[in-house]
Design a protein. Structure first.
Lengths: 563, 197
């Protein structure tokens, strides 16, 4: 029992149940301790359940709590006798049974395999931010002039304390030569000979943003915008001038109040001028449009002209060659020579074609073969490439898996280290093995005893048979003699009585054995009852009952007083 | 991490085209030095050999990709796996790159962190309490006036460096109280963020 007690107490200590170091067995448990142990177990088995860890002083409250807890334990599947009495008036055997049941139900930490969670980008970022804030709270403040670049060195991370080194994001357009794709020769030459390095294309300060972001494209658009704005500036200028004229008009109105005649004349003049200007403006616009149309026409016409000139040149060249050929052909000798030449040429051509065919056919066949070989090799190469790709993917997968497994292994190792401190597994297994050995020995002994009893039973049976046989034999012999002899008749009677008496004696002995066995059973029961200490428990129950009565009377008194 | 296809293609160039190891190493040294803000270690003109356009392209790519790595806060292993798996680097060059990266990561991130517009950073404060008993246009005053001058560090566009700025304002006791509460609120918020998890 000592081992069981040790295991129970050890696991109770593991779930942070207050048990003194001097307590070594369940016999030393008081009702209070049993109560707290059971409550601790229940709380760790079913999370969310809350009970007070100490027995309350009031008796009725105790009763209520104990019945509650007993019900809980029954719900968990406890089969034995369970009620408030098992908790409040505990004996060693029952508490051991209950606590063993509960300890078996305790959740194992090791069964929870902690799977490493892959966090997303945002949660990781938030975590990082929280860590930084925590760090910045932990570190004391340091004047900025002592920091390099406004950064605070904290081991493997750096904390930004001073932001005054930061310069605003500004990008410049960077030209990077491209080695892929088709580009004109001139551009390539420019890249090779004239283009400076990226580091020299912009202010070193703007290098990183210019590399990372391409919003300089926007500023180029801005430039175009300003250029297009400039085109319409002339017309806008004219508008402005008319406005100024209007303004001057108003000012003269104010200043020349006293001279209406002059003023009228002036006004007329100005209106005339304004009309003139307006007319001119509209004319200007018309003229501009006309100019545009005419320019377009001019371009068309010039295009046509160049086209026609080129066609003319070609025609002249053709005419020249034709006229030369005519002059040559007009002479007959030349014609004959030419014909001969042509015939010879055609003969040569046929010969050459034959020769060519002779040379060509083997080469062609060879070419075909080679091409077939090549295509076969290509398919092979493609297959190999696919295999390679697959292998690469597999490799990648395996490496990521390996990493995860490594992490898991480390975690498990850490957990294992934590675990190994509070369990002495080897001791337990050694104990268990010893116990098994003991049980084996006992089993052997029991077998021996069983054998002995069997042999004895056999002997008894043999003797019984012998006895029966000798009795019948003597019975027959004496019966035969009894007809003739008086003594024999007496002897026969005596034999009969002896036989019945002996039977009674045997019966008495077997009865005695039965009674003895019953006696032993009863003694055991008595011992068990004694072990339960019913009398002391009853006394305690009586005392508790008296206390409950006292409490009720006190409560009644209080009620009466209040009434 | 998303990196443009074009950049990955250019990185592949460095892995399989005929750039000798020595040149690659020098290019790496140069690019890390410039990113961190130092002078280039080697003269780039000596590295061109016969293909200046290739070297220029590779150099720009190395600079960009390194900045991207720093921006995404990749660790040494991440860089290595990226280079080996996506850009067909052999383990030798990937290791070389990863070592350089590991060595310069913090400074690189400092340089990256310097890009951006920031509010002035308060480093000190000067203050005094005035009490106006009487002035030309006010007969009675409501209480003390707090003259506060916050001394802040700030980036200066003109000089391109640090400049101290004096932020001056005055307030009455209520407004000052309000300011103090707001500041305390901010501190409490930060503390809660730090403690919660």
């Amino acid at each position: 029992m000592e081992e069981v007690d040790n295991i129970i107490i050890d696991s109770l200590r593991n779930i942070h149940c207050d048990i003194d170091d001097d307590i070594n067995s369940l016999r030393e448990f008081t009702a209070d301790l049993v109560f707290t142990a059971i409550v601790c177990c229940l709380e760790s088995i079913t999370p969310g359940v809350k009970f007070p860890h100490k027995l309350p002083p009031s008796m009725s409250l105790r009763l209520k709590l104990a019945t509650n807890i007993a019900e809980h334990i029954k719900e968990l599947g406890y089969r034995g006798d369970m009620g408030y009495q098992t908790i409040l008036y505990c004996n060693e055997v029952e508490t051991r049974r209950v606590l063993m049941f509960l300890v078996e139900r305790l959740p194992r930490d090791t069964s929870k395999t902690t799977v490493s969670e892959e966090l997303g980008y945002v949660p990781r970022l938030i975590k990082e931010i929280e860590n930084r804030i925590k760090l910045s709270f932990e570190k004391p403040w340091v004047p900025n002039c002592l920091l390099k670049d406004g950064m605070r060195d904290c081991g493997n991370t750096q904390l930004r304390q001073d932001f005054s080194h930061g310069f605003p994001l500004q990008t410049e357009n960077i030209r990077i030569p491209s080695t892929q794709g088709n580009y004109s020769e001139a551009l390539k030459k420019y890249w090779v000979h004239n283009l400076p390095d990226v580091t020299k294309q912009c202010n070193p300060r703007n290098l990183i943003p210019s590399l990372l972001y391409k919003d300089s494209e926007f500023s180029i658009n801005c430039l175009n915008l300003s250029q297009s704005l400039k085109v319409d500036e002339d017309i806008a200028n004219i508008d402005v001038t008319t406005n100024t004229i209007n303004e001057t008009n108003v000012t003269t109105d104010v200043s020349l109040n006293g001279h209406p005649v002059e003023e009228n004349a002036y006004e007329n003049k100005i209106q005339c001028l304004l009309q003139y200007v307006n007319n001119n403006k509209s004319k200007f616009k018309e003229l501009q449009e006309k100019q545009k149309i005419l320019e377009a026409k001019l371009a068309q016409v010039s295009d046509e002209k160049t086209k026609k000139e080129t066609s003319l040149k070609e025609a002249i060249a053709r005419v020249k060659t034709k006229s030369k050929a005519l002059t040559v052909l007009s002479n007959e000798e030349n014609m004959i020579k030419l014909r001969n030449l042509v015939e010879n040429g055609s003969k040569r051509l046929i010969e050459l074609a034959n020769q060519w065919n002779q040379v060509q056919t083997p080469l062609l066949t060879q070419h075909h073969e080679l091409q077939q070989n090549l295509s076969a090799q290509e398919t092979k190469v493609i297959n190999e490439q696919q295999k390679l790709q697959n292998l690469k993917e597999k490799n990648h997968q395996l490496s990521t898996e390996l990493k995860e497994k490594d992490k898991l292994e480390q975690q498990l190792l850490q957990e294992y280290e934590k675990l190994s401190k509070n369990t002495n597994r080897s001791a337990y297994t050694r104990r268990i093995l010893e116990i098994i050995g003991n049980i084996k020995k006992q089993n052997e002994e029991i077998q021996k005893v069983l054998k002995d009893t069997k042999t004895i039973q056999k002997d008894i049976n043999n003797l019984n048979g012998q006895l029966d046989r000798s009795f019948t034999l003597s019975d027959e012999l004496i019966f035969r003699d009894a007809k003739r002899d008086e003594m024999a008749r007496k002897a026969y009677k005596l034999l009969a009585t002896l036989h019945t008496d002996c039977g009674e004696v045997v019966q008495a002995v077997t009865d005695l054995g039965l009674v003895e066995r019953e006696c032993r059973n009863l003694q055991e029961q008595v011992d068990a009852e004694l072990a339960r200490e019913i009398s002391t428990k009853l006394e305690r129950v009586n005392a508790d009952l008296a206390e409950v009565k006292k409490e009720t009377t006190a409560l009644i008194k209080q009620m009466k007083e209040q009434l | 991490m998303d990196i443009k296809e074009e950049l990955i293609d250019n990185l592949k160039l460095t892995s399989n085209s005929n750039i000798p190891d020595e040149t690659f190493k020098k290019l790496l040294e140069n690019s890390f030095a410039t990113l961190v803000g130092n002078q280039e270690v080697h003269n780039i003109n000596t590295l061109y050999n016969s293909k200046p356009d290739l070297i220029k392209c590779v150099y720009a790519t190395l600079l960009t990709v390194t900045a991207e790595f720093g921006r995404h806060n990749l660790d040494k292993e991440g860089v290595k796996t990226f280079l080996i798996n996506k850009c067909n680097y052999n383990s030798n060059r990937a290791n070389l790159y990863a070592e350089f990266y590991e060595k310069n990561k913090q400074e690189l991130q400092v340089a990256l962190g310097n890009v951006g517009t920031h509010l002035p950073n308060i480093t000190d404060v000067k203050w005094k309490i005035d009490y106006i008993i009487k002035s030309s246009n006010v007969d009675q005053a409501d209480g003390p006036l707090f003259r506060i001058c916050l001394i802040a560090d700030k980036y200066d566009e003109v000089t391109g460096g640090k400049k101290t700025e004096h932020i001056k304002f005055s307030c009455n006791s209520q407004e000052l109280q309000d300011l103090v509460y707001k500041l305390k609120d901010a501190v409490r918020h930060c503390q809660r963020l730090a403690v919660d998890h």
